[in-house]
Design a protein around this ligand. Structure first.
Ligand code: G1P
Length: 288
């Protein structure tokens, strides 16, 4: 597992029901935080971590993500003719030239593990990243996936991002039991998907970043439906850690759960605070 991280999977087949009615038409991942859709933050983080192949696991109703990363010739031509080079640059910088997008469909919504498995033919047997775009992570230095990819390369192992959550919320996450090996890293002993608080081994939750070996696809193939009757990535990771080292990693940064309205608002306020023009508008509202 010491190879460079080239491929990152984005499971984006969800229906986004929490954001209805907007998500009747707009893919959840296209909801903006300020002027950029959620998926852009995720893609930028993947590219920063070294990815040159982005694999979107989508469903047949979601064309917007493919359209978004496609070249917009007419728009680009108009902006060029009008001499609007700054806007042209914004449109073109959506995806660097060396990066390619691959779209695979998940025919049925059968869980995160199943979604990731749909990317198997594109990934093959090499380490890959997974980013859940709902989890927007702002970091002061290197992006979360880059931090994890570096650790994965050094240790030659899989890495999952974790953070502490209130005990009452363990039923919303994969929860880990892990033995610390450094300030930020711990060796996984056990992971369980969405345990009730009284059954959770800790309050350390998996959040939406993973660096995994290709081996996980074989384990997913034999993973039975678990929590919610779905094929869970967490269950395949539990099988993986019986074979080899997998680390939990407390990334440096702040996560916003943009799968909820509160999280999306918090992310918007936090990013507005970083913008000199918008900061005065949100100064009071953003505190706390
Ligand atoms: C998924 C994973 C879960 C993880 C979470 C992070 O759950 O199954 O283990 O903790 O993402 O956001 P979901 O949010 O899709 O229910």
């Amino acid at each position: 597992m010491s190879r460079h991280l080239h491929k990152v999977v984005f499971p984006v087949a969800g229906l986004g029901t929490r954001f209805l009615p907007a998500t009747k038409v707009v893919a959840k991942e296209m909801l903006p935080v300020l002027d950029r859709p959620l998926i852009q933050y995720a893609v930028d983080e993947a590219v920063e971590a070294g990815a040159d192949t982005l694999v979107f696991v989508t469903n047949r109703y979601k064309h917007a993500i493919a359209d978004y990363f496609d070249a917009a010739y007419e728009l680009e031509q108009k902006l060029a003719e009008a001499g609007k080079t700054d806007l042209l640059e914004i449109v073109r910088s959506v995806l660097p030239a060396h990066v390619r997008c691959v779209f695979v469909t998940q025919p049925e919504a059968r869980g995160l593990g199943h979604a990731v498995m749909c990317a198997a033919p594109v990934i093959g047997d090499e380490p890959f990243g997974v980013i859940l775009p709902d989890d927007l992570i702002r970091t002061p230095h290197a992006g979360a996936l880059k931090q994890m990819a570096e650790l994965a390369a050094v240790r030659g192992c899989g890495v999952v991002a974790v953070e502490e959550v209130p005990r009452a919320q363990t039923h919303k996450y994969g929860i880990v039991d892990a033995e610390p090996i450094s300030e930020r890293a711990a060796r996984l002993r056990y992971v369980v998907e969405k345990p009730r608080p009284e059954e959770a081994p800790s309050n350390l939750a998996i959040v939406g970043r993973y660096v995994l070996p290709g081996r996980v696809f074989e384990l997913l193939r034999t993973t039975a439906p678990g929590s919610g009757g779905e094929i869970q990535l967490t269950d395949a990771i539990e099988a993986l850690l019986h074979e080899r080292e997998v680390l939990a990693y407390r990334f440096e940064g702040t996560r916003f759960d943009c799968g909820t309205k509160a999280g999306l608002v918090r992310a918007t306020l936090a990013l507005a605070r970083e913008d000199p023009e918008l900061a005065p508008l949100v100064g009071a509202a953003a505190s706390g």
